[in-house]
Design a protein around this ligand. Structure first.
Ligand SMILES: *Cc1c(COP(=O)(O)O)cnc(C)c1O
Length: 360
C-alpha cells in the first residue's frame, strides 16, 4: 500500500513557479490545497443551467486566503534577515501576519481600524502575539502610515504591495485548474485592496502561457456598495460596509486589477450590504458553507449575474470564498435574530414539546 507524502504547503508544491531557492528556509503552516466545492442547491434554486464551484479559502490555517500570500512574504522577509514585519489590515492580513511571524520567530506589528474589525480576527492577532496598534482611522489611513513608517523603521511591509504576496496567492488559480482540468469561464471574487483578483489573473495567465490550460476565465470583481471605488472610477474617502474585510476606499492594486478585468473581458459590480448578507446566509443554509460577509459578495454577485443572463447558461463559474464565517460571529448572530433562542427546562417533556412546536 502506497502512502501519499504529507502536504507541506504551497511553496513546496509550487516551488518551480515561485521565487525561492533550494536552500530557502520556508515558513509554512500547510496553507493552500483548499476544497473546490460544487454547489448543488443554489443552482437549483436559480433554475439556471450553470455549474458553480466555490474555492473555500476559509480552510487555510488562519482561516483566510491571506495565508497564501503570507507564507511567501514572510519566507522572503526571513531570507533577507528581517526581524519584523508590519501591515495595515481590515483583520485577516493581521491574523496571517501574526501567525507566520510567530512561526518564523520574528515580530509582527499590525495597524487595524479601531472598532471595525471582526472579533475572531482581533482574537487571532492578540493570540498569535502581534503588537496590535488600533488606529482611530480606516484601512486606507493605516496603509498610508505603514508605507511611511517602513521608509525609516527596520520593518518589512507584508501588505499585498509586497510582490511576494501576489506570487503566493496566484497558486489558488493553479489549484482551481488542477481540480477542474481546465480554467473556468468566469472567476468571481470580492474586491477590497484588489490584490487577490490581480493574483488569480497572474496565475491563470501563467498556466495559459505555459500551455497547462488552453483557456482563461473572465474575471468578475464585486465590491460593497459603500466601498466601491472601481464602480466610481476613483477612490472613496469614507468606505462603509458590514463586510469589513472589503471596507477599503483606495485599493493599492488598482492598475493590476483593472488590467485583469479588461484583459479578461470581465467586469466590476457592486452589491448592497443586504444582498451580501443574504448570499452569506443562503450559502450557509442551503449548502452548509459558512463564509465571511465579504466572501459572500462573490457568490451574491455571481447569482445576480446568472439570473440576469449576463453570465451565460452552460457556463462554469468559480467563486472564491475568501474567509471563514467563524471570523465574524457578531454579524452572523445579528443576522439570525429570528431564530428562536428561548431556554427551556432540562426535562424530557419540555424538549418533546419544543420539537412538536417547531414542527407545526
Ligand atoms: C483581504 C480580503 C478580501 C479582499 O481581498 P483583496 O485582495 O484586498 O481585494 C476579501 N475577503 C476577505 C475575507 C479578505 O480577508
Amino acid at each position: 500500500m502506497g502512502f501519499r507524502a504529507r502536504y507541506t504547503g504551497l511553496i513546496e508544491k509550487y516551488r518551480d513557479r515561485l521565487p525561492v531557492h533550494d536552500d530557502t528556509r520556508i515558513i509554512s503552516l500547510g496553507e493552500g490545497n483548499t476544497p473546490l466545492v460544487k454547489l448543488h442547491n443554489l443552482p437549483n434554486l436559480l433554475q439556471k443551467d450553470v455549474d458553480i464551484y466555490v474555492k473555500y479559502e476559509g480552510s487555510n490555517p488562519t482561516g483566510s486566503f491571506k495565508d497564501r500570500g503570507m507564507t511567501m512574504a514572510v519566507t522572503k522577509a526571513v531570507e533577507v534577515g528581517s526581524q519584523a514585519i508590519i501591515c495595515a489590515s481590515t483583520g485577516n492580513t493581521s491574523a496571517a501576519a501574526a501567525a507566520y511571524a510567530a512561526r518564523a520567530g520574528i515580530r509582527a506589528f499590525v495597524l487595524i481600524p479601531e472598532g471595525k474589525i471582526a472579533l475572531g480576527k482581533l482574537a487571532q492577532a492578540f493570540m498569535y502575539g502581534a503588537t496590535v496598534l488600533q488606529i482611530r482611522g480606516n484601512f486606507d489611513q493605516g496603509m498610508s502610515l505603514v508605507k511611511k513608517v517602513a521608509e525609516t523603521a527596520p520593518v518589512t511591509i507584508v501588505n499585498s504591495i509586497n510582490p511576494y504576496r501576489l506570487q503566493g496567492q496566484k497558486t489558488a488559480s493553479f489549484e482551481v485548474v488542477e481540480a477542474l482540468g481546465f480554467a473556468p469561464d468566469y472567476h468571481c471574487l470580492p474586491v477590497g485592496n484588489a490584490g487577490n483578483i490581480s493574483a488569480y489573473w497572474m496565475g491563470y495567465c501563467e498556466y495559459y502561457k505555459d500551455g497547462v490550460t488552453n483557456n482563461k476565465p473572465k474575471m468578475l470583481g464585486y465590491q460593497a456598495e459603500g466601498a466601491a471605488p472601481f464602480l466610481q472610477g476613483a477612490p472613496v474617502d469614507y468606505p462603509e460596509t458590514v463586510a469589513t474585510a472589503i471596507r477599503i476606499g483606495n485599493p493599492q492594486s488598482w492598475n493590476k486589477a483593472l488590467a485583469a478585468q479588461q484583459e479578461s473581458g470581465g467586469w466590476f459590480d457592486k452589491l448592497s450590504d443586504e444582498k451580501i448578507l443574504e448570499a452569506q446566509k443562503m450559502l450557509a443554509q442551503h449548502e452548509g458553507i459558512f463564509c465571511e460577509p465579504a466572501s459572500a459578495a462573490s457568490v451574491g454577485g455571481a447569482m445576480r449575474d446568472i439570473c440576469s443572463g449576463k453570465i451565460l447558461e452552460g457556463s462554469r463559474v468559480v467563486c472564491t470564498l475568501t474567509g471563514n464565517g467563524l471570523k465574524d460571529p457578531d454579524t452572523a448572530i445579528a443576522q439570525c435574530h429570528s431564530v428562536k433562542q428561548v431556554a427551556i427546562a432540562a426535562e424530557l417533556p419540555a424538549v418533546e414539546k419544543a420539537i412538536l412546536d417547531y414542527m407545526k
